[in-house]
Design a binder for this molecule. Structure first.
Ligand SMILES: Nc1ncnc2c1ncn2[C@@H]1O[C@H](COP(=O)(O)OP(=O)(O)OP(=O)(O)O)[C@@H](O)[C@H]1O
Length: 303
């Protein structure tokens, strides 16, 4: 059993899940080996690593989708897991409403469904066709589906895929508010090596095994990280820390710091700042023209 992790509040908590020396063997090859980490209540743990380094495999081992061939996985008794997979197999030729998406895996009381969609900021899209959602709205719908059953542990495999920069910030805000409101533990898989959510308590850098771990800042400075990704990656490892004086509501309107809501930003509104941990540079963006790139090719959407 791993030693209990420290929560952001500094309280020693019993892990929701802990992996100890976990190895997964397939066709005579170790996909991962010697993986150990834990996630406690209220903790955000982010797995990073190159393609094929075993992030999804480790997350699947954590939630019991994959059984370890060596080592041990311990989950708190009665643990409820909300999982947003990297790939979702959906037949996009059939009509599917957000309401139906929410109940695909089982019945859900209407009030729980509405409150999850409300938290995810897409309650107004209950009857929208999933095919018509933008990349960011689709990720919110998946997030709503995962939180609707009030999980203790939320596992998000690349939650910002197909989402543009401002959408990414909004989704990280949503993840943070879910954690703050429910106190659940969050295991996040980030396929962007350079950008880790600022609220991450622990970064685990994988490369078939745990190559290094720690706070986002300490991982970016570790020799193992630099060896794996190069010094440039270390210099540009960014943490999301941003200040904005207005919020873009899901319906397109803008809420200002004083609580007022308008249809658009004010000309003198400060824009979202993206502060890099090391370079410290700020990134602003203009809203009227920003694009929302997401894969919408038939059969490949969000796959
Ligand atoms: N069921 C399986 N059988 C055999 N090999 C597998 C299986 N699942 C995954 N792999 C291999 O295991 C390795 C780790 O895959 P995994 O999906 O965990 O990586 P990842 O870090 O999440 O990658 P990515 O960033 O590309 O999503 C890859 O080389 C993959 O091809």
């Amino acid at each position: 059993m791993l030693s209990p992790a420290k929560t952001p509040a500094g309280i020693r908590a019993e892990p929701l899940v802990s992996l100890e020396d976990v190895g997964i063997l397939r066709n005579g090859r170790w996909l991962v080996r010697g993986v150990d980490f834990s996630v406690s209540r209220g903790e955000i743990v982010t797995l990073i690593g190159p393609n094929g380094s075993g992030k999804s495999t480790s997350a699947k081992a954590a939630i019991g989708v994959l059984k370890p061939d060596e080592g041990r996985v311990e989950r708190k008794a009665g643990l409820k897991v909300g999982y947003v997979p990297q790939k979702l197999t959906i037949d996009w030729t059939l009509p599917l409403s957000v309401r139906r998406l929410m109940t695909l895996t089982g019945p859900l009381p209407e009030c729980d469904m509405l409150s999850a969609l409300e938290s995810a900021g897409i309650a107004h899209m209950l009857d929208a066709e999933v095919q018509h959602l933008s990349g960011g709205e689709f990720q919110r719908a998946l997030m709503a589906r995962a939180i609707a059953r009030k999980p203790d542990l939320l596992v998000l495999d690349e939650p910002v895929q197909g989402v543009d920069f401002s959408g990414e910030i909004a989704l990280y805000d949503l993840i943070k508010s879910i954690r703050n409101a429910t106190g659940c533990g969050i295991l996040l898989i980030s396929h962007d090596l350079h950008v880790v959510m600022a609220e991450t308590d622990t970064v685990i850098c994988l490369n078939g095994h745990v190559c290094c771990r720690g706070t986002p800042e300490s991982v970016s400075r570790s020799p193992e990280y630099v060896r794996l990704f190069g010094s440039r990656a270390a210099q540009t490892l960014a943490v999301y820390s941003h200040h904005h004086d207005h919020t873009h509501l899901p319906d397109g309107r803008v809420q200002h710091a004083d609580g007022s809501v308008t249809d658009h930003c004010h000309p003198d509104d400060g824009h979202h700042a993206h502060e890099h941990g090391h370079a410290g540079h700020e990134h602003g963006h203009d809203h009227p023209d920003h694009a929302h790139p997401h894969a919408h090719e038939a059969g490949e959407r969000h796959a």
